[in-house]
Design a protein around this ligand. Structure first.
Ligand code: GLA
Length: 732
């Protein structure tokens, strides 16, 4: 890894073993992108790639009369001079002008990576990364702009963000401040997004790019289940096993855009950042605005390789604290077992059975506080309901601990029910527009987390409950979109800051709780997977992936999620049948075979299943205990897509390639069809492996594949709906 500055040509070359990122000071003084892609040799001057010929109807820089931003790849383009594509930022000056001209001023190259204050971001020490900071100045605007680039050792990754500072004497407004732009010389790419809604999150969708704009966004306050802040641009033909692709992952949990703009001259631009819609950030003298980070990763080896890059990078350089690279406890959550209708006694009964099954952690979900007996009341009143918990959380946690289980509970700190003491006392603490009605979501309003006093108050209440008990885990939920985004505490010209300040408030509450209770494992949740993003992973190393716990739907949801997020971050549980979201009845083994590929746990009352099933549950728990380190942290390969087949398969391989675990699922029976073969990946071709009592070479398993009919001995066939197997492959 290195960052080279060539003073004569005024060019930077960031490179490691796998990629090169080359940036130059353009003839206009702005920054141009000279190359992004597979590692190439360094040279003193790459300016030959700049296009400096006249073209009809193209405007050029007034000083050079030959350079046009529009015809060259930009680093962080503005609109209004010689570029007409999607802009990375916009500054409105005091006189109303929105034209800017940020030119190279200075730079700094350093080892490691600095944190971004108040925001989640990847981190690295001095040996693990290098960072380039390029300072650009617009003297007329009195503004400085720093573009940050971090290159990591051993990862085909560059992390980018930007920082604006008002160094002049007049007020300016930032009306758009995206995190990154990457321009490509051609448009032969497919765009892959991960879309959905409640209970069907992160379903991959692919479209071919051409001229014009393709974009996704969130304006819901959270990153959303509708569009995930992760996009892949891939060459047509690139699949999980081969081909080029570039990923863009936004380390942020609020409103965002991801946009590709194909110019009619043949260039392609990709930009990503905070959604500029309704965003406006005034900057007084000496004030700064720092954007969140975009993590750009590339591959020339297919999408499994791209995903593995994100998995490893996020496990090693985003997730922090005690739970970094630590296998996760197997838990039992009472939500689908009881909903809010429980007593301490009924909870202890479920927990005690969980203990018998070998489960390690019990989680008390919604309903333990205030008047929370249904969706209509109690949010905001983070005090135990004595009818349900006579000795409070402290009493219950003691009893659960006495059973030999760790204990955790559910919170939804950003919300308030109109029917709550908190709302009655502080009706102005919600996001709402005076004089207008406030929309409800699940009968609740959103607290104004852009205000410090609101965050302080919630912190105080939660701190008290947590401190009084022995708490190992917290599930942090967020169950509605933000609407009527207005803060009564904020002056008119600062209302455009509220949505982002809300997210900063959420991050600050997380930071304070993590600081106070560093050993707690946080699991984020937002009506399932409505806020499953890289920003959250910085605070909560795992996320409840979806409220849809049906095994068949979960294969799709977890498969889609695996493109951008580590397997260990995917909250996945076995739940009861008929499934409460889909009504589908699936065997207990497929429910576990799917849930293994994530955090693993149970979302049901184990007292309600048969003795025979209970014996199976014990075996499942044992299996996961033995194999979770490999499943959660091994190299994950998608093998067969549930979006293109009636079957799905995936596998994990240990780093030393000595052990692998394969999961195979039959979503829909294929009557009278040959079972066929399943080609594996990631093994050592020369190693001999044992699978189901027989031995095979790695190359046999990867090139010929597993003979699926071999599993018919175990009762598995592909002509049975919901049949599945998980098998271990070990070096002989
Ligand atoms: C959300 C979560 C569920 C559960 C409920 C509790 O829907 O996604 O897992 O915690 O809230 O109200």
């Amino acid at each position: 890894m290195n960052i080279v500055w060539n003073k004569t040509s005024e060019q930077f070359h960031l490179y490691n073993d796998r990629l090169s990122y080359i940036i130059g000071v353009a003839p206009s003084g702005e920054l141009a992108n000279l190359y992004f892609g597979k590692r190439i040799h360094d040279r003193a001057d790459f300016s030959y790639v700049l296009f400096r010929m006249g073209m009809p109807n193209v405007v050029v820089d007034a000083d050079t009369e030959s350079y046009s931003m529009e015809l060259n790849c930009q680093e962080y383009p503005s609109f209004g001079t010689t570029d007409f594509g999607a802009q990375a930022f916009e500054v409105e000056m005091a006189n109303g002008s929105r034209i800017s001209n940020f030119v190279y001023k200075s730079h700094r190259i350093s080892q490691g990576k600095k944190e971004i204050k108040g925001l989640p971001a990847t981190y690295a020490d001095k040996t693990e990364a290098m960072t380039l900071e390029v300072t650009l100045a617009d003297t007329l605007a009195g503004m400085e702009l720093i573009l940050y680039y971090t290159i990591f050792e051993g990862y085909p990754v560059v992390a980018r963000h930007a920082r604006f500072k008002n160094v002049g004497n007049s007020k300016v407004k930032l009306t758009r401040a995206l995190s990154a732009c990457l321009d490509f010389p051609d448009q032969n790419y497919e765009w892959m997004q991960f879309s959905g809604a409640w209970a069907r999150e992160r379903i991959p969708e692919i479209k071919k790019l051409s001229t014009g704009v393709t974009y996704i966004d969130s304006r819901r306050g959270a990153s959303s289940a509708n569009q995930n802040p992760f996009v892949i641009l891939k060459r047509p033909g690139t699949d999980d096993f081969m081909g080029e692709a570039i990923g863009f992952s936004f380390v942020y949990s609020g409103n965002f855009i991801a946009l590709a703009d194909g110019s009619t001259h043949g260039r392609l631009r990709f930009v990503m950042g905070i959604n500029p819609d309704r965003f406006c950030w005034p900057l007084e003298k000496d004030e700064c605005f720092e954007t969140p980070e975009v993590v750009i990763a590339m591959t020339d080896r297919g999408l499994n390789d791209l995903s593995q890059t994100y998995h490893k990078l996020y496990n090693n350089h985003l997730v922090r604290g005690k739970w970094k690279n630590t296998p996760r406890p197997i838990l039992n959550n009472n939500w689908e077992a009881t909903y809010m209708d429980f007593t301490e006694e009924s909870i202890l009964k479920i927990a005690s059975k969980a203990k018998d099954a070998g489960i390690e952690l019990f989680v008390l979900d919604d309903g333990w506080f205030g008047e929370r007996n249904d969706d209509f009341a109690g949010l905001g009143d983070w005090v135990e309901n004595p009818k349900k918990l006579p000795q409070g959380m402290a009493g219950l946690s003691r009893k659960i601990n006495a059973l030999g289980l760790k204990f955790g509970f559910w919170i939804e700190p950003e919300m308030v029910n109109p029917n709550s003491n908190l709302y009655r006392r502080h009706p102005d603490w919600v996001l709402s527009v005076p004089g207008r009605k406030s929309s409800l979501g699940r009968h609740q309003l959103v607290l104004d987390f852009s205000r410090e006093e609101v965050v302080d108050y919630i912190y105080g209440m939660l701190h008290k409950v947590i401190k009084g008990s022995k708490i190992d885990y917290i599930k942090w939920d967020m169950n509605r979109a933000l609407t009527e985004v207005f803060s009564v505490d904020t002056p008119a010209e600062r209302q455009g800051m509220v949505a982002h300040k809300y997210v900063l408030g959420v991050y600050s509450l997380y930071s304070r709780l993590i600081k106070a209770f560093p050993n707690i494992l946080f699991e984020s949740c937002s009506s399932g997977g409505n806020r499953f993003d890289a920003g959250m992973l910085y605070y909560a190393p795992q996320a409840w992936c979806s409220d849809n716990s049906d095994a068949i739907d979960r294969i799709r949801i977890q498969y889609g999620t695996s493109f951008g997020y580590p397997i260990v971050s995917i909250g996945s549980h076995v739940s009861a049948v008929p499934n409460q979201q889909t009504g589908r009845v699936t065997p207990l083994d497929i429910r576990a075979n799917v849930a293994y590929f994530g955090t693993f746990g149970y979302e049901l009352d184990l007292n309600e299943i048969s003795d025979e099933e209970f014996e199976l549950v014990k075996k499942q728990v044992e299996f996961m205990k033995e194999n979770r380190a490999l499943v959660q942290f091994g190299d994950f390969y998608r093998l067969r897509s549930p979006f293109e087949n009636d079957q799905a398969a995936w596998m994990v391989v240990s780093e030393d390639k000595k052990k692998a675990i394969v999961g195979f699922y039959c979503l829909r029976s294929n009557v009278n069809a040959l079972p066929g073969f399943l080609k594996l990946a990631g093994l050592d071709p020369d190693k001999e492996y044992r699978m189901e009592g027989k031995t095979y070479y790695g190359d046999e398993l990867m090139n010929m594949g597993i003979t699926l009919s071999e599993f018919y001995d175990r009762g598995f066939t592909i002509s049975k709906d919901y049949d599945s197997f998980v098998t271990i492959i070990e070096e002989v």
